[in-house]
Design a protein around this ligand. Sequence first.
Ligand code: ARG
Length: 426
Amino acid sequence: MKSPSKGKEQKKILLAYSGGLDTSVAIHWLKQKYGCEVVAVTVDVGQSDDLKEAMRRAKAIGASRAWVIDAKKEFAEDYIIPALKANALYEGNYPLGTALARPLMVERLVTMARRLGADTIAHGCTGKGNDQVRFEVSIMALAPDITILAPTRDWNMSRDEEIEYAKEHDIPIPVTCEAPYSIDESVWSRAIECGVLEDPWQEPPEAIFEWTKGIESSPNAPEYVELGFCEGVPVSLNGVTMEPLELVTALNEIAGNHGVGRIDHIENRLVGIKSREVYEAPAAIVLTKAHQDIESLVMPKDLMHYKRAMEQHYANLVYDGLWFSPLRRAMDAFIEETQENVTGIVKIKLFKGSAVVVGRESAHSLYSTDLSTYEKSDEFDHSAAKGFIYVWGLPLKVAGVVNSTKNGNGVLNEIAVKEEYSSVCK
Ligand code: ARG
């Protein structure tokens, strides 16, 4: 990889600034090492940090300019919604809030780099996480000419050494550095790592949770919510029409209040490490359940089964940083086609940490009471089942006969089997 251009051509390094310790130290370190201008850019995807304060800090440390780009609406509409249509849960658990936010951040960073004439983008990811991969692979896809720097990975300082470096160089340390946890937030999920959580046996302490109530303190009465979908997109909450961002934000609040959306996941990172991740994702969990459920009402069996298999692949691909791949675009095109009839309402009961779908309706429902009922009105032709089972089971029966012959079940058995075989083959 090229190092940033020197001398006359040298322009600016654009730093993906989170406001945390790593990227705060990085502003100073990059300026020292490369002697060039560092511009701090924070892409707002719904982190609850005080981003204005972060900007002030970036400038105080020495960034020539500091920007916050509000990308929450785009994040909800162009990243969360496709992932929801794909029911994307990594390893069946994690709704991918961090993984989805990285390609959007890169999109915005690259646009900014072009506008400001920066030839280098730096990020503050460490060398053992997934985010370094997501950042770099996305930059490679969108701006192959841009030089990438990963100072945190290169300088190899421990956290304490970083704090020491910050003190030595009068870098204001963000307050969050006192907390033993590493937090990453977007409107789709809040991820918590480090501290006691590194011991997979230790129950996550109540104090780490901010979006969800504990079961002990959540309401003692259940609450029902109705989610309206239109072609796979959630469009209303309890009958009130909402844009995706507004809906996700409101549902995080409602479901979080009932303790819904806590996830404790031993996760397989792309870089080969198993890590213990704790998430809060109330809206993501409720919406995914509801979306899967309405799909099962309106989708033909073969299409749904095929899509379910693809969903896992989709989640892996997003997790692994390949958002900007042709495969993801092709999968999205397929998934979009499957959403044509995914319109209707899902009723969910929230209570003491659980979100259970308890009702669903759609004008495109393929559910037929006339066929499913056990009452008199039943229209299913029971006699047709006999011939169907004969044909369906025939290959197994033939194999069964052949295998039991091979296994040598004795002369008597063999005679019986032969008789059976000839009757099968008649
Ligand atoms: N394990 C998740 C992922 O790779 C979340 C990572 C959160 N990052 C963090 N710096 N705490 O997508």
